[in-house]
Write a protein that binds this ligand. Structure first.
Ligand code: HEC
Length: 279
């Protein structure tokens, strides 16, 4: 009897040992995901991701309306800040699932809410600033294109928040010197330009910067057919905006929308003017 009991007990011991080992192993493997120390960085990265998508949604909306905006035969274009906002909100919702009309219900990091609301406001202000020229009959190109929208809105938003948001391009495609890439952007763009990098434009690179002091989100912009009238060929010949064409090709990386958020902003209470974590 005792001899028969021995193997049974040791089998049970072994089962317990395996269970303990499994739990230990799982907790080691899962530690990076459970650690609360990483939560602020995750919130910052998600906030940055949503901000670059919102700026791009505005660019896309301007691009979709380009023929209307450039129509010299028409005076009132009806492209008011509210019309622009409704289309941008729809684009953003399709890409993220979040409704900017109802952010209080959305499961986005709390620090992102005032930032997204303000970026939409600043985007509308850019469109508002073009209303007079937009509604002038007899004028074709009026200076409002996705790129100028992006540069002006990014600057305006940055002035309010102190948060770095811009569009930049690889050196050989760079037009506006104010948009020049920093070393992190230049290195990441080199990787994105590689043909193995997904070309769908939805593959946002998110990272904690080398010094660990900030998080970065980069949304790649690949040249499409619609970009070629300005950034394509013949190289050197001036486009409608007056810049020389760069000789770019469809599918090439034209640039990125880039955001950088200091980690010190995480969890910091908003200032009186609503800016999350500004020091
Ligand atoms: C109507 C001409 C035109 C078209 C079409 C156009 N761009 Fe541009 N692009 C410009 C101009 C002008 C600037 C410089 C804007 C500024 O002054 O900040 C620019 C700037 C940029 C920048 C910012 C970096 C820099 O060089 O200053 C990126 C990135 C960019 N374009 C990508 C694209 C992509 C991608 C497309 C197509 C989806 C596109 N552009 C379509 C004219 C155009």
């Amino acid at each position: 009897m005792t001899r028969q009991a021995a193997p049974t007990e040791s089998l049970r011991d072994r089962q317990v040992r395996i269970q303990v080992c499994t739990i230990l192993l799982l907790s080691i493997l899962c530690a990076p995901f459970l650690s609360s120390a990483d939560e602020p960085a995750a919130d910052l990265q998600e906030s940055g991701r949503l901000l670059v998508i919102l700026l791009d949604s505005g660019r896309v909306t301007i691009g979709r309306n380009q023929a209307l905006l450039n129509d010299a035969s028409k005076a009132d274009k009806g492209f008011t800040p509210d019309v622009f906002a409704a289309q941008t909100i729809a684009e953003f919702k399709e890409r993220t699932g979040y409704d900017l009309n109802n952010l209080s219900e959305a499961k986005v990091p709390s620090m992102a809410k005032p930032l997204l609301e303000r970026l939409l406001e600043e985007s509308k202000k850019t469109v508002a600033s073009y209303q007079t020229v937009l509604n002038m009959p007899g004028v074709g190109y009026k200076g409002l294109i996705p790129a100028t929208f992006g540069t002006e809105t990014g600057t305006r938003f940055q002035n309010w928040s102190g948060l770095y948001l811009k569009q930049t391009a690889p050196e050989r495609f760079l037009r506006n010197p104010k948009n020049k890439a920093d070393s992190f952007e230049a290195a990441e763009m080199q990787k994105m330009a590689d043909p193995t990098f997904p070309r769908d434009g939805k593959h946002i690179v998110t990272a904690v910067a080398g010094d660990g002091g900030s998080v970065r989100d980069l949304l790649p912009l690949f040249y499409e057919k619609s970009c070629m009238s300005c950034h394509g060929t013949p190289k050197g010949e001036r486009d409608i905006t007056g810049y020389p064409r760069e000789g770019g090709h469809e599918g090439e990386l034209g640039g990125v929308i880039s955001v950088k958020i200091d980690r010190s902003r995480a969890g910091a209470p908003p200032m009186a003017d609503g800016v999350p974590g500004r020091r």
